[in-house]
Design a protein around this ligand. Sequence first.
Ligand SMILES: NC(=O)C1=CN([C@@H]2O[C@H](COP(=O)(O)OP(=O)(O)OC[C@H]3O[C@@H](n4cnc5c(N)ncnc54)[C@H](O)[C@@H]3O)[C@@H](O)[C@H]2O)C=CC1
Ligand SMILES: O=C(O)C(=O)COP(=O)(O)O
Length: 758
Amino acid sequence: MIAVIGGTGVLGSTVVRALIALSLPVTLVAPDPSKANRIFADVLPHLTIVRGSVGAPKELRRTLVGVDTVFVNAPGSPDCGQRVICAAAAAKVAGAAHLVVISNVYADAVGSPYGRRFFRLEAGVKSLDIPTTFLRLPAFFENVLASVASVTEEGAVYSPVPASAPVRGVAVEDVGAAAAAVLAAPDVHEYRTYEILSGVHTGADLVAALGEAVGKPIRYVEIGWEDSYERMVAEGTPEWEAADLVEADRLVAAGHVSESNHYEELVGEPPMSIEEWCSQNACTLCPLLLPPASATMLGQSGGSRTRATTSPAPSPAAMVVGTPPPASSLMERMTLGSGGVSRLSTSPPVDTQFSFPKAKIEVLLLENIHQSAVQMFEAEGFTIRTVSKALSEAELIAAMESVHILGLRSKSNVTPAVLAAAPRLMAVGCFCIGTDQVDKALTETRGIPVFNAPFSNTRSVAELVLAEVIALSRRLGDVSSSMHKGVWNKSATGCYEVRGKTLGIVGYGHIGSQLSIMAEALGMNVIYWDVVPVLGLSRTVPCESLEELLNKSDFVTLHVPRSEATRNMIGAEQLAAMKEGSFLINASRGTVVDLDALADALRSGHLAGAAVDVYPTEPAKNGPGFESPLCGLTNVLLTPHIGGSTVEAQHMIGREVATSLIRYVNEGTTLGAVNFPNLEMPFSSGTHRILNVHRNVPGVLRDINVIFAEQSANVRTQVLGTSTEIGYLIVDVDRYHSDETKKAISDLETSIKTRILY
Ligand SMILES: NC(=O)C1=CN([C@@H]2O[C@H](COP(=O)(O)OP(=O)(O)OC[C@H]3O[C@@H](n4cnc5c(N)ncnc54)[C@H](O)[C@@H]3O)[C@@H](O)[C@H]2O)C=CC1
Ligand SMILES: O=C(O)C(=O)COP(=O)(O)O
């Protein structure tokens, strides 16, 4: 696991996204997890977010336990070096094996106080004796965006450094790519120091590139050191930072320009040049040079400093994260002005105030739902109750009175009686694939959406089944248990390779099709049967009927949902239709196989073995007491419903379902709901949002719009989705009217549930 400290800052968030793009597991450490939740709303399932910062090493020590590699960066400040050293020490105590630390290209300039600061940072980290990679950076090109007043108003850039002096910058996304390359293989880069820079350019190159991008010439005006300092302080730069920047400018003017550049070595392609960066960001730079009115139209609501990407404007704290800006040209002396980057942009934050105090939203999480979900609900400020086991119907009924959000896995059932006892229930999250345990028809008509994680554990199930195919074929279960009892029994009898054998997959959905690819890679022939005509992947061949599949397969594996159609789908008749000496695997639902008939087929020797992960009734909690007609039979692998129980799957499921539930609570979004019209509507600023679930009968939309008209409520945006039974409407109306409007709508006889968000 890789942890990124400062993951909501400009650089940190870029690194986090670069790691996600490489499918690496990331823990984002941020002082404000709820901000992180907003910034990374689009990729939350791939991320763990925890609280922590370089300024709080004690907390960091706890946060970083279990992390292998830590990315350390500190917001610019006179003591940022000390903070980095403390954070690095915390990572070491927590047991991290490798650090990647951001430093500065002037770290060797020990003759200058500015350079000495980074020299000491590196020396302090090195003294901890933990394998570390330093990434030395110049200023980010993005800094250009922060101080455009002189450019906008005067068409000029002011700098104390001669226009012809060679300088270097870097695009923040290039730093993200280089850092991700190192973090992905930390062992390879141990004890190395890399300089990550663009090619060499000058102040004259910068103004030429800016002018080219915006279609207007820009002047480069040389000013004195004192003037430069005064200008910065007058523009609001803190005095310590202005002094630093002047100091760094002096280093550049003295010809201190780094000769080495490791970017290409790490990333495999050249870094972005200032010309490329200006041209890529032309649409952002352009509005900066236009009169304010046009700027607002072309940019986003943030005005002239907002990048025209999907990125959020950073908070002041985020602006200074990254290397403390060393100065040498305009781009280097500016505070970071954009939180985003065009290649790895972040989602806009959802600025939602919730009309109901968040702490009053009660979340009940059953069956040991992963901490990744708990953390997300905590970050939202909800009140959480967790229970490690499944609850019986009676226990659930007793627990539901005050519950707004219910989270469960495959074993707790949401029955009509449970729903009747849950007056406040807003949404149900199945932290698994199957949703058969919830009465979906009744939740729908009660206006309660049900969410699941449709493919976060697909791979885990497919891998288990593949392992079972080989284990059954080699009788591994029996052989291993004999050895544990001290019995050595070396024999080839009844043991076969799986290469060239036929795997029959019943239910060719997410799991079935994933499995088919893996089985083919083992040299198996794959056939499948599905009630829906689906295209087979690779060389897999569909069967005309279940019977045909049973007749032809050496291994039959079941991947269908629980339903009336699949109840006892494999009984005595189907088992008899299977080949002599074949195997059956069931990791779908216990109701799909008649276990007594299976036990008979195994005892008679008609089947050579079976692997079963799911049972008609399963214990609610871990411990002794499991019983099944299959217990004690030869070459039968029994597992306690662990198909989806891997760390990866549970972590992803936690994030995925919690994200859906939080978005429903905060925004009314129902994307991914299995029993509800799927709707999502961006927020309009200055509005209240009304969410209405109603019976799907003619005229409801008209009735609701009459209410809006009668109350002179100005509708900004409206979306309606319907199913056979219900309609779900999201409406943004002008703030002023919404309370009365909401009441009138909820009083309509057709309304099932009405909420308001503000
Ligand atoms: N053991 C475990 O821990 C896990 C078990 N599961 C179970 O596996 C099931 C399958 O999961 P996915 O592949 O993700 O579902 P899916 O919905 O992607 O695929 C199910 C397939 O079964 C087909 N099907 C439905 N009824 C059928 C019938 N009567 N005969 C033949 N085909 C039929 C569907 O058309 C679909 O293609 C889930 O419903 C769940 O019950 C899922 C995850 C973990
Ligand atoms: O995802 C599913 O449908 C499963 O069967 C896994 O269930 P579980 O979360 O392990 O109770």
